[in-house]
Design a protein around this ligand. Structure first.
Ligand SMILES: C[S@@+](CC[C@H](N)C(=O)[O-])C[C@H]1O[C@@H](n2cnc3c(N)ncnc32)[C@H](O)[C@@H]1O
Length: 209
């Protein structure tokens, strides 16, 4: 890889500085981890993000794709917030139907990342069905799971999307151990997924078959 550690450090610092205005929950260490996975390790340059909100994690993923020089981030979200999640309801008070999506897109535009991002504005399970119909041959290099956080929702997202991840591709669960839902799914991962990394609140697996 023709980038030295100092250059990488500076680039990561720059991305964190540029996206600081985006409200979100992703820690910069987790962002840096996602960026490097996408840029240097993903076997194919196709990223699917389940749960984008205002684009904080999307910006790390899309910067990885941009610096890699090929590929696309498919950002999947209803952009309505997670039903029943109090913090989302609070933060979206007074928002109209399109406002969260507009904010997401505006943020990505400000960072000049829209070329590398395809937003898909439906629920994650509908998006999985559409993916199979519309892109049956497109394999995913990195799948980032950060939509609904209840156990069943995370499990369904994993079950519906993981078949599309290419061999040696990566699946990252956000909010482990902060949320019991994703944490339980991670504990139950099938043995052909190898745990390859953690950040303070994420766990990454590599698909070995
Ligand atoms: C925790 S936020 C994502 C945070 C984002 N990754 C970040 O780093 O800032 C969860 C997002 O998932 C979306 N979401 C929740 N359940 C969903 C579902 N079933 N289908 C699609 N999007 C969903 C919500 O609208 C919300 O934007």
């Amino acid at each position: 890889m023709d980038i030295d550690q100092q250059q990488l450090k500076e680039r990561l610092f720059q991305i964190a500085k540029d996206n600081v205005f985006i409200q979100g929950w992703l820690h910069n260490d987790a962002g840096a981890f996602l960026y490097q996975l996408v840029r240097f390790h993903a076997p194919v340059p196709i990223v699917v993000e389940l749960g984008s909100w205002k684009g904080r994690s999307t910006s790390w993923l899309a910067s990885g794709i941009k610096d890699r020089g090929e590929g696309q981030v498919y950002a999947i979200d209803t952009w309505q917030g997670t039903p029943g999640e109090m913090e989302h309801e609070q933060l979206l008070k007074g928002y109209n139907r399109d406002q969260l999506f507009d904010e997401f897109f505006g943020n990505m535009h400000k960072l000049e990342l829209t070329e590398w991002i395809t937003p898909i504005r439906v629920d994650t399970l509908t998006a999985a069905k559409q993916w199979i119909q519309e892109r049956p041959d497109t394999e995913i290099g990195v799948l980032f799971i950060d939509a609904g956080h209840e156990y069943e929702q995370v499990l369904h997202d994993f079950e519906c999307w993981s078949p599309m991840v290419v061999k040696n591709g990566f699946i990252i669960f956000d909010d482990v151990p902060a949320w019991p839902g994703p944490t339980k799914v991670v504990f139950e991962m099938p043995r052909w997924y190898k745990q390859v990394g953690t950040t303070p609140n994420n766990v990454a697996f590599q698909k070995t078959v």
